[in-house]
Design a protein around this ligand. Structure first.
Ligand code: NDP
Length: 274
């Protein structure tokens, strides 16, 4: 029997998830398909019931539904509870299980470039939804997180949540500081850079060789990453975060290894055409 998967969001036209998942099914000759559906906030509850009634095995959830979907689900995994948000739903024995692979996907992409462990110092620029998922997934590794956010109140909320779950974190004022010069890794999670705008944050003083990540991947190199490269830092964009949140969702749904190379290739090809 063909298994059906999807992504729901609003807007959704730009989503590359169908390309990535369908390429994976093709690579393994699996009887499965993955579609995208635009769902407005007021229709979310009906859409969830509809997907279940139509026999979908699971679906991804993107902006603006990641928190709003919580009341429509039967169970949450620990990752979803930690993040307070769901990006993956699995239908299991008629029950809707909410999961979150955004943070674990990011961690998996980061581990291709650095080892995570106690004593590692990581600066997180931004404290929005993406930063929250990333911070909650990094905290269990015992890393020391330093949050810097334009609005300190939002940074303080994130700090409290990290500590509540046993993580080590502090907040520094938005701007250059000692933490930046001592960091093993700096992660840019704000929405700045999407329109190639300059970044109001100086990386001056950062050690060459520090790993600098921007979770945006379009443009491929944001002005922030370009300035890090000029300073001799190793740079990584957000493409593999997208890839691995999909890979982890696949593995949650199908309880088997995903064809990462085929999914990556399809994503890169699709992005080249955007
Ligand atoms: P949110 O709206 O939840 O958070 C936005 C963040 O950006 C906040 O920290 C906000 O700070 C900050 N910000 C916005 N404008 C400015 C500014 N002018 N100066 C300084 N800080 C600013 O968004 P998300 O966390 O959901 O998404 C953030 C980015 O991450 C988006 O670009 C999104 O595309 C990308 N993303 C990439 C993913 C991937 O797979 N690669 C996955 C998810 C997201 P403040 O609190 O002060 O407003």
């Amino acid at each position: 029997m063909v298994k059906h998967f999807a992504v729901i969001g609003c807007p959704i036209a730009h989503s590359l998830s169908p390309v990535m998942h369908n390429a994976g099914y093709k690579a393994l000759d699996l009887a499965a398909d993955y579609q995208k559906f635009q769902v407005s906030p007021e229709d979310l509850g009906e859409a969830v019931l509809g997907l279940k009634a139509l026999g979908f095995s699971g679906w991804n959830v993107t902006v603006p539904h990641k928190e709003a979907i919580l009341p429509f689900l039967d169970e949450l995994t620990e990752e979803a509870r930690r993040a307070g948000a769901v990006n993956t739903v699995k239908v299991h024995k008629g029950r809707l299980i909410g999961h979150n692979t955004d943070g674990s996907g990011f961690v998996r992409s980061l581990q291709e470039h650095m080892e995570l462990g106690e004593g590692k110092k990581i600066v997180l620029l931004g404290a929005g939804g993406a930063a929250k998922g990333i911070a909650m997934a990094l905290a269990p590794f015992g890393v020391q997180l330093c949050i810097m956010n334009r609005t300190p109140e939002r940074g303080a909320e994130l700090l409290e949540k990290i500590r509540e779950w046993g993580g080590q974190a502090r907040q520094e004022v938005w701007g250059r500081g000692e933490w930046l010069t001592q960091a093993d890794c700096v992660i840019q999670t704000t929405s700045l850079g999407l329109k190639k705008e300059d970044y109001p944050f100086s990386l001056e003083g950062i050690h060459p060789g520090t790993l600098v990540v921007d979770i945006i991947f379009n443009p491929w190199e944001t002005p922030f990453l370009q300035s890090a490269k000029v300073l001799g830092c190793k740079i990584v964009n957000g493409m593999d975060m997208l890839l691995y949140q999909g890979v982890n969702a696949w593995e949650f749904w199908l309880e088997d290894k995903a064809p990462v190379d085929a999914m990556r290739k399809a994503l890169y090809q699709a992005l080249a055409q955007v």
